[in-house]
Write a protein that binds this ligand. Structure first.
Ligand code: ADP
Ligand code: MG
Length: 597
């Protein structure tokens, strides 16, 4: 392996670029830069494998810039990137490295941008083109892009181009470029198709592999919260509020609609948040990223593709609101924080059924992800009070208090109260719109399952007497998940299907429902019928003829902190509503609930 290089000057770069690097504050080359730059300067083809955030842009950009002849107004380097954002970002990086190269011109071209503008810009003559495969192919076909003077071709994030379905376009471009040029391929992973492309189009490439970005990932604190009790949104705002180093965040969700919904909800709660997704036009997307950079926005809610490559150093937090589909996406996501030597924090929300994904991520990144204790209401209040005190202290240390001190004395005198009470009133006024104490409740811990058993489905809650002693039936909490059991013996008697307002998204499992109903309504678990667990709600079959007391108890029941709002479900489970015949009083209970809808 190479020895550590601690100076750009050792890599063979020109004094002009060395001066620029010093000016923009790069002190030492990153490992991928230290290894790639000399190889590329020597003119070799290269395969570079390194994770996000390892500094690949400068690794290829600096050597290719050394080869540019500014006097020749023709494209001498072409960089292909998977997304428009990345094209712009790479172009910006090159522009910054070119600050001491007068006349140097880099042009990003990508889909969605007007052809008229692109044609004008191309005609003016750019030295480096950074583009997405589709648009580059278009221009090559229209002959509006001429690569006769090409010296370097870079495939940036090749695996991502493959994943996004651009690999055919990339190959087409490789087929249609002049033979004589240097090719560098960068990828975080090396899937078979990428390997094949490299073998076909690269000439005797040097391979440089940087192991998982330990330095980068080490600077990121990784924690997870197992979703339970609170809605994710409430948990999110609590967490963000008490996080010490919070500056700005990217929140990842799975769908475009979720980006918009969550942005709306966060805005409603006073956060400066916006959605970033593929539906936004290019101009809007760039605006969102600009606003995040400038501080006009603090939170961006994004999908994986839309957020790819975003490099905004003030992003202190990445929240995986929805767990990513694979470990690579996780690494890419959290690579949005901890940039440029700052601390980064990655928070992962994990539903109970996603625990396995969490373990897979830990194994793949070889980093433990620690459980996060959700801040309690008291924690949030304490934080707000501390911030408030700090603000007051700041004002006390400042100027211009005399005028107001006089007013306070007047109020105290006129109202016949102490200055302390006046201060309290003012404090109350000051917190308007953002109370110091948060409303709502902390999640109630799930009731511990009981093991007493009753012959009747509806036990008399006053006198619980176990009727079956030491039965052979295991306790419900020891048994496999109900939905996993292929044929649950249907309890004798008619069943009524009810709907409840908790489901998978609340972190609820079948045993939670069984436990809560068994405890709250005194219905023995074996009399609880089929349970259907859905995303937002669930169904549960209960014996017909529920006494009013049990029904009332269930109306008030919460599971994982969420009120379940038990009500008969519209569909019938096959049996009849026999209970209505047996228990006249129950009919009104059901009718009322139906009428409520
Ligand atoms: P990658 O393409 O591997 O994901 P980037 O090239 O986007 O990584 O670099 C990540 C961040 O690190 C950028 O903000 C970049 O400016 C910064 N960076 C890259 N190399 C250095 C360096 N040698 N010193 C300081 N910062 C660097
Ligand atoms: Mg990159």
């Amino acid at each position: 392996m190479t020895t550590a290089v601690d100076s750009f000057a050792d890599l063979g770069l020109s004094n002009t670029l060395l001066k620029t690097l010093a000016e923009i504050g790069y002190e030492t080359p990153s490992p991928i830069q230290a290894q790639c730059i000399p190889v590329l300067l020597d003119g070799h083809d290269l395969i570079g494998m390194a994770q996000t955030g390892t500094g690949k842009t400068a690794a290829f950009a600096l050597p290719l810039m050394e080869q540019i002849d500014v006097k020749v107004a023709k494209p001498q380097a072409l960089i292909l990137t998977p997304t428009r954002e990345l094209a712009i970002q790479v172009a910006e990086a090159l522009q910054s490295y070119a600050k001491n190269l007068p006349g140097f011109h880099v042009l990003p071209i990508y889909g969605g941008q007007s052809y008229t503008i692109q044609l004008k810009q191309l005609a003016r003559g750019a030295h480096v083109i950074v583009g997405t495969p589709g648009r580059v192919m278009d221009h090559l076909e229209r002959k509006t892009l001429n690569l006769d003077s090409l010296k370097t071709l870079v495939l940036d994030e090749a695996d991502e181009m493959l994943r996004m379905g651009f690999i055919d376009d990339v190959e087409w471009i490789l087929e249609h470029t002049p033979e004589q040029h240097q090719t560098a391929l960068f990828s975080a992973t090396m899937p078979e198709q990428i390997r094949r492309v490299a073998q076909k189009y690269l000439v005797d490439p040097r391979e440089i592999k940087i192991k998982a970005a330990t330095a980068t990932v080490a600077a990121i604190r990784q924690v997870y919260w197992q979703v339970s009790g609170l809605h994710k949104l409430d948990a999110l705002t609590r967490i963000l509020e008490v996080e010490d180093e919070f500056d700005a965040a990217i929140i990842f969700v799975r769908t475009k609609t979720a980006t918009v919904e969550l942005a709306d909800k966060l805005n409603a709660r006073g956060y400066a948040a916006a959605a970033l997704n593929g539906d936004l036009n290019q101009q809007m997307r760039e605006r969102v990223i600009e606003q995040l950079k400038s501080g006009a926005l603090d939170i961006v809610i994004a999908t994986d593709v839309a957020a790819r490559g975003i490099d905004v150093p003030r992003i202190s937090h990445v929240v995986n609101y929805d767990i990513p589909y694979d470990t690579e996406a996780y690494v890419h996501r959290i690579g949005r924080t901890g940039r440029a030597g700052r601390n980064g924090h990655a928070i992962l929300f994990v539903a109970p059924r996603e625990i396995r994904m969490l373990r897979t991520i830990e194994r793949a990144t070889r980093q433990p992800i620690a459980p996060l204790t959700l801040p309690s209401r008291a924690d949030v209040t304490n934080k707000r009070v501390a911030d408030f005190k700090e603000k007051v202290a700041e004002v006390l240390g400042g100027e211009g208090l005399d005028f107001f001190a006089n007013i306070v004395s007047q109020i105290a005198e006129e109202q016949n109260v102490g200055a302390e009470e006046v201060a309290a009133a003012l404090a109350l006024m000051a917190q308007e719109g953002k109370p110091l104490q948060i409303a709502g409740e902390d999640p109630v811990p799930r009731p511990a399952p009981r093991d007493d058993r009753h012959a009747s489905p509806f036990s008399d809650r006053e006198q619980r007497k176990p009727r079956f002693e030491g039965g052979d039936r295991p306790r419900f909490d020891d048994r496999p998940r109900r939905e996993d059991r292929p044929s649950r013996p249907v309890p004798a008697g008619d069943m009524v299907r009810y709907r409840i307002d908790v489901g998978r998204e609340h972190g609820v499992e079948v045993r939670d429902i069984v436990g809560a109903i068994a405890n709250e309504a005194g219905i023995e678990s074996r009399f609880i019928g089929r349970i259907g667990l859905y995303e937002e709600s669930s169904t549960v079959e209960l014996p017909a003829g529920m006494p009013g007391e049990a029904a009332n108890a269930l109306k008030r029941t919460r599971i994982r902190g969420v009120p379940i709002n038990l009500r008969p479900d519209e569909g019938r489970p096959g049996g009849s509503f026999g209970g209505e015949r047996k228990f006249d009083g129950e009919r009104s209970f059901k009718k009322k609930k139906f009428a409520d809808r």
